[in-house]
Write a protein that binds this ligand. Structure first.
Ligand code: 5GP
Ligand code: MN
Length: 323
């Protein structure tokens, strides 16, 4: 494991830096990418920001979100990956034919990170990649400004579910205070991230919640392409539904099976503290954190569901017997 100093040195030595986050980006991915991008622009670097999937509409309040490209053909001398536990998570943005000789600084907080970079600064105990980046901004000698702070506090808020996860330490709260003092508005960001959503999202939730399945201690539901077309819901992801399902008293594990346009199935897994879903997600080619993980499987939906449910049932039994 490498440290913030090594990441800062690689970045300081580079001139043209490509920053990439994971497909189906969340607030930590987008907030971290913009926060670091703005920091490096302050440091007079040429910065290219890239994500294979569009910026979700929910995060289009972030400063300069429209500078995030979907692909990059420009030559760069350093690739910084943010919030990605493996290279596949970069999606089509990672083109080995152009990027194979470009050094990689891998900055992440997923417990399943496979350390694919030349520098791997991976802190599984960090609440968010954005939390780690606040230290990098200081390490680079750049002062936090309101835009950088807004992006980074967005990342911390999203991944801690508003300072509610077990990763929320006093250090996280101290970082949040720093970001607020630099100009980020906690109430405004909290409202944007958790307090407002398109009505279509609520309609999508209403439809999927009519079809809940509790098998043992696993609660699951699915989002099909048919449902998406009928409701007109085309956003990536479940907009927080997996987190909501995991609040059911009866369930230790909650799962959403989300059928994609190309027939693949995105699987979102959640569990209560004391259990771990990241190992099953990793064994299925994905990854994540103990309490929140995911993977993408080939369809059809029914086959993917049977496979995941059977593995999670086994994993739950084993974890339960060793408690
Ligand atoms: P979500 O269910 O919110 O999409 O993802 C939960 C966590 O698992 C996030 O930290 C996310 O980065 C990770 N995750 C979700 N899907 C995948 C995947 O296909 N591969 C990897 N490596 N991580 C994933
Ligand atoms: Mn994250």
């Amino acid at each position: 494991m490498k440290t913030v100093q090594e990441a800062a040195k690689q970045i300081s030595d580079a001139e043209r830096i490509l920053i990439v986050c994971h497909v189906s980006p969340d607030g930590d991915a987008i907030g971290s990418m913009l926060g670091l991008g703005l920091t490096l622009s302050e440091a007079q670097k040429r910065v290219i920001l890239c994500c294979a999937d569009p910026v979700p509409s929910q995060y289009r309040y972030l400063p300069h979100w429209e500078t995030i490209a979907r692909s990059c053909s420009e030559r760069c001398d350093l690739l910084v990956t943010l919030d990605c536990s493996d290279l596949d998570r970069l999606g089509a943005v990672y083109d080995p034919s152009t990027l194979h000789d470009v050094p990689i600084v891998n900055i992440d907080h997923h417990t399943t990170n496979v350390e694919f970079g030349d520098v791997n600064w991976v802190e599984p105990e960090a609440a968010a990649t954005a939390q780690m980046l606040v230290r990098l901004v200081h390490g680079l000698g750049i002062s936090l400004n309101a835009d950088i702070a807004t992006c980074l506090l967005t990342g911390i808020l999203t991944d801690t579910l508003g300072f509610r996860t077990s990763a929320t330490t006093p250090e996280v709260m101290e970082t949040a205070i720093q970001l607020m003092k630099a100009g980020a508005s906690l109430p405004e960001l909290t409202d944007r991230i958790f307090g407002r959503r398109p009505m279509r999202t609520i309609e999508m939730w209403a439809t999927t919640l009519q079809n809940l399945h509790l098998e043992g201690h696993i609660l699951w539901t699915e989002i099909t392409q048919r449902m998406r077309r009928r409701i007109g819901y085309q956003e990536n992801g479940d907009a927080g539904l997996a987190n909501f399902l995991s609040t059911a008293n009866e369930a230790d594990i909650a799962i959403i099976f989300d059928e994609q346009q190309d027939g693949q199935v995105n699987v979102s897994m959640r569990c209560v503290p004391g259990y771990d879903v990241s190992q099953v997600a990793f064994d299925l080619g994905g990854g994540g954190h103990a309490q929140a993980a995911g993977c993408t499987l080939s369809g059809p939906l029914e086959g993917a569901r049977t496979r995941v449910l059977s593995m999670l049932q086994k994993s739950w039994s084993m974890q339960n017997s060793s408690r």
